[in-house]
Write a protein that binds this ligand. Structure first.
Ligand code: HEC
Ligand code: HEC
Length: 328
């Protein structure tokens, strides 16, 4: 199993898997940036083209019921072929092209055969190896876990504990970002309309996004102005694309909140850049949209908002924080 994980890791970091040899999985899901890309709201792919969505952090991806912001895939081994073949991402013309290319690499000679019972690179084994590696991207032992599950009372301070009360109670966060009896993935694996998708499609002209120019240095930029250097947005309709059910129009998957302080920017389009922005967003009840509202205004006091942010920061594990230090 260890050899299979190592083979998967080699593939994950291998830029030659892109058609023009310049892009790897690890360049959008960056180890030192929370397994996402901290510098781009929407991932940057082939030849600098922007994708329509933010790269999700891959922590605990093994436990996701469905994959992608709209949940259109469910199997990690199959999912990998989407970026490999997407013209915006790794831009390979076919599965066979990738398989033949890997077969031609000296440094892969015998590696697949050794871990897959004599079978060489194929659609299945390449997917399986990548999946094995991604299943090792686990994150669980945060200060929150030590306090809540480990009963270590001093693992959180008073503000952080107060923030947890807001998370479970007045903020209603845990109705979707679930906390279980024995463990917490902070997602119910369901899809909701928070208004962001609707806003982008219907009235976003003057919306402002924070863009990080250098680590820690943000400027405000209007979406209008970003058009000059971003590819046009394709109309992103969320979960509707999978179910064709009108109530799923602009619904997106509840993401996990593990290591959330490291995985900015937030939401499926990366339009919120700090945890303070996210809490302010929920306090207002999300963005206006038609149809049934999943979110209502919360009327949190300033102290409650600050405590909630402090609590969210307790979901970071020391190990993942250390990997992020290199970037900060
Ligand atoms: C150009 C940037 C880019 C590259 C390269 C890339 N990804 Fe992604 N990845 C994304 C984006 C953006 C999404 C979300 C897309 C969506 O929801 O439609 C995503 C989604 C995912 C997901 C789903 C996670 C979840 O929680 O739903 C997995 C798993 C994943 N990528 C693994 C990979 C693997 C494996 C590779 C290499 C074969 C790869 N990615 C290459 C940007 C990238
Ligand atoms: C009705 C379900 C629901 C409730 C209640 C809810 N969330 Fe969310 N949360 C979501 C969904 C769905 C998304 C993804 C939205 C998107 O991608 O556009 C999300 C995204 C987030 C993100 C960004 C995660 C990322 O990786 O981009 C954070 C942080 C977050 N929520 C925190 C909270 C907090 C704090 C509360 C309570 C104040 C809360 N949520 C209440 C469903 C919910």
């Amino acid at each position: 199993m260890k050899a299979q994980v190592e083979l998967g890791r080699k593939l994950f970091f291998d830029r030659r898997l892109a058609f023009n040899n310049t892009n790897s999985c690890a360049m959008c899901h960056i180890e030192s940036q929370g397994l996402t890309s901290n510098q781009s709201a929407r991932a940057i792919g082939m030849e600098g083209r922007s994708l329509s969505r933010n790269a999700p952090a891959l922590y605990n991806v093994a436990y996701q019921d469905t994959l992608f912001h709209d949940g259109r895939e469910s199997d990690l081994a199959q999912q990998a072929w989407a970026p490999l073949l997407s013209p915006l991402e790794m831009a390979n013309p076919s599965i066979g092209h990738v398989v033949d290319k890997i077969r031609s690499f000296e440094d892969y000679r015998g590696l697949f055969e050794a871990v897959f019972d004599g079978h060489g690179p194929s659609m299945q084994t390449i997917g399986d190896a990548l999946a094995s590696y991604q299943r090792t991207l686990l994150s669980g032992n945060s200060r929150f876990d030590k306090w809540y599950y480990g009963k270590q009372d001093d693992a959180l301070n008073a503000d952080e504990k107060a923030g947890f009360e807001v998370f479970m109670g007045k903020g209603q966060c845990a109705t979707c970002h679930t906390v279980g009896e024995k463990s917490a993935l902070f997602t119910d694996h369901k899809f909701y309309v928070t208004g962001i998708g609707y806003y982008n499609a219907i009235g976003a002209g003057s919306r402002v996004a924070k863009v990080e120019l250098a680590p820690g240095y943000f400027i405000d930029m209007k979406y209008e102005d970003m058009k000059s250097f971003s590819a046009p947005r394709i109309n992103d309709i969320g979960r509707f694309a999978v179910t064709l059910d009108a109530k799923d129009r602009w619904a997106y998957k509840t993401p996990s909140l593990r290591n959330i302080e490291l995985t900015y920017p937030y939401m499926h389009d990366g339009s919120l850049s700090t945890l303070e922005d996210v809490v302010a967003f929920y306090d207002k009840g999300g963005l206006e949209h038609d149809g049934e509202r999943a979110l209502q205004p919360l009327h949190l006091a300033e102290k409650e908002k600050a405590d909630l942010v402090a609590f969210l920061r307790t979901l970071t594990t020391a190990e993942d924080q250390a990997k992020h230090e290199g970037y900060r």
